[in-house]
Design a protein around this ligand. Structure first.
Ligand SMILES: N[C@@H](CCC(=O)N[C@@H](CS)C(=O)NCC(=O)O)C(=O)O
Length: 213
């Protein structure tokens, strides 16, 4: 039976549509339009208690018992454990995946997300401090990623769920005002990731209703 994906067209939503496509799992999309407050619908909050997308419901969970999962990092680990794909069995390799997944969850998401927030402000006084602070840190994070990718094809060596997590946010590099050409190793990785047919499908799947503004 298909996994239910509750998502919207955002970096955290796209991480999961990309992973589901890469893993070849059947899924149905349930758009949760966060511009209309649908994340606060009590039925959705029962699945995602923090009232944020993404979330999944897998009717075929562990031991055949249905399970819901919220938090994109937890979803990626769950899907990796379920399929054994992009989630190495070797403990040393797994640590690298966890490191870069946590890097994304803790920094490369929350920080560029603040750039998106302050960039959208119209009052110059309100936006200046926030933009300077978070753009500086975002550039530093791209530097961290560039150094890692100078020595590794993918973040954890082999392609893993950490790449899907980081890709979701790198996809928005223009919105957080980053020129990928300034980070050639990130650019090389980004171009290679986006050229993958399953990644393209993960970004093409509609996560917005046609009627939405
Ligand atoms: N740590 C969460 C963050 C999820 C998150 O921030 N989702 C955003 C969209 S990308 C959301 O649902 N925003 C709606 C809101 O804040 O009300 C995860 O990685 O799943």
């Amino acid at each position: 039976m298909a996994i239910a994906l509750y998502a919207f067209d955002t970096p955290n939503g796209r991480k999961i549509s990309v992973a589901l496509e890469e893993m070849g799992l059947a899924y149905d999309v349930h758009v949760v339009d966060i511009t209309r407050g649908e994340q606060n619908d009590p039925a959705f909050v029962r699945i995602s208690p923090n009232a944020k997308i993404p979330a999944i419901v897998d009717p075929d969970g562990p031991a055949g018992v249905p399970i819901s999962v919220f938090e994109s990092g937890a979803i990626l680990i769950y899907l990796g454990m379920k399929t054994g794909l992009f989630w190495p069995a070797d403990p040393t390799a797994r640590v690298a995946v966890l490191e870069w997944l946590m890097f994304q969850m803790g920094s490369f998401g929350p920080i560029p997300g603040q750039v998106h927030h302050f960039a959208a402000m119209t009052d110059e006084n309100d936006r200046r401090y926030g933009l300077e602070r978070y753009m500086k840190e975002t550039r530093r994070l791209y530097g961290v990623m560039d150094r890692r990718l100078a020595e590794n094809e993918y973040f954890a060596g082999a392609l893993s769920i950490a790449d899907f997590a980081i890709l979701g946010w790198a996809w928005r590099h223009e919105r957080h005002r980053i020129a990928l050409a300034d980070y050639p190793h990130v650019q090389r990785w980004y171009v290679a990731m986006m050229a993958r047919p399953a990644v393209a499908r993960g970004f093409a799947i509609p996560l917005r209703r046609a009627s939405a503004p």
